[in-house]
Design a binder for this molecule. Sequence first.
Ligand code: 7TS
Length: 416
Amino acid sequence: MTSNTVPYDVEAVRADFPILQQEHHAGVPLIYLDNAASSQKPRQVIDAIDDYYRRYNANVHRGIHKLSEAATAAYEEARIKVKRFINAANKREVIYVRGTTEGINLVAQTWGRANLTVGDVVVLTQMEHHSNIVPWQMLAAEKGFTIQYVPVLPDGTLDMDAYAALLRDHPVKLVGVMHVSNVLGTVNPVQDMARMAHDAGALILVDGAQAVPHLPVDVQALDADFYTFSGHKMLAPTGSGILYGKRDLLEAMPPWMGGGDMISRVTLTGSTWNELPYKFEAGTPSVAEGIGLGAAVDYLNSLGMDNIHAYEQAITGYALERLAEVPGVTVYGPEAANKGAVAAFTLAGIHAHDVAQVLDSAGIAVRAGHHCAMPLHECLSLQATARASFYLYNTYAEVDALIDGLYTVKRTFAGA
Ligand code: 7TS
């Protein structure tokens, strides 16, 4: 063990997570290192959802009765918590979506559909998650604009010279970039990238799925035009998520889905739209999930995002040190100082799925595969990696168990 940075009581935090108390197999405790895929939920979040269904379950924004008013108040209060959490200027800029994927598709189908045409260029990066590639490819096939990609350098960072050249040499309308890579852990310089995009007359959409759960995010300081993230990776339920957009852009955008709540007036010959953010929130929303997201924000604030970030940096640094001791392990991505709480690695001669399977029998949950970043794996000439990803409740002892597990993997496949 190294000198540990522990800015809050990790054991007390762990006690809040019922799932961490259970055994993975008989006699084998659960060591959950698949947090980049989804986080576990504290009882405070589970209780908030339970409380809604038990005491004040009702539809929002419509019923003139006590339950509906209570549900609406809690749901809108959660929106305000998120607004403060990401420092949006106005709660109208905070749109509920089901997650990052839906947030990006919303921008593609509204702003993109209205603004992108033949001759335009969208700049993405080679490290993007499929959810920030496929919606643009689908729209490009229809609208005839082209997509250019910022290359990833061997150290796992973006080629910023190539980015500058793309902005200089092409009529770029939009830049789409992930704040933190779900494979390499790279923390991209999105503030600089936003400034450069704006100087070139382009907008920037930031995929914050791996950032908002782990570090303080200020959308105004970043000067992001759009910023989206998923609740389920930050202690909140699946089906909760946020798209932030600058108000003037959102005002000018057409709606996406049509239906209840997003309208101001409907006649048989046409309709007009509700004000922000409801213009983009058609139909009965995920009320319990939104309330759960608010409870998750409260929980994260109670620990402090600076503290969470510091602890995760320390534990990731420790994991990288320990992984480097294991013969045959190669870790991908930048050094700990510029890295999120992710370690994607290969073990020489052993397929990532085999690594994950043997670790699972030791109670250790990691993900193996391409992590929805097939183009990135192709750039790295890899088919698959195993990935350990950490969160605020993981411990140094769990990192030690991962390393022991990797020696078990090696013994299992020795001579195979
Ligand atoms: N963007 C990034 C950077 C992600 O890591 C993910 C999910 C998404 C977008 C999509 O989020 P969703 O909530 O809409 O599905 N990433 C992963 C992962 O790394 N392993 O499982 C899901």
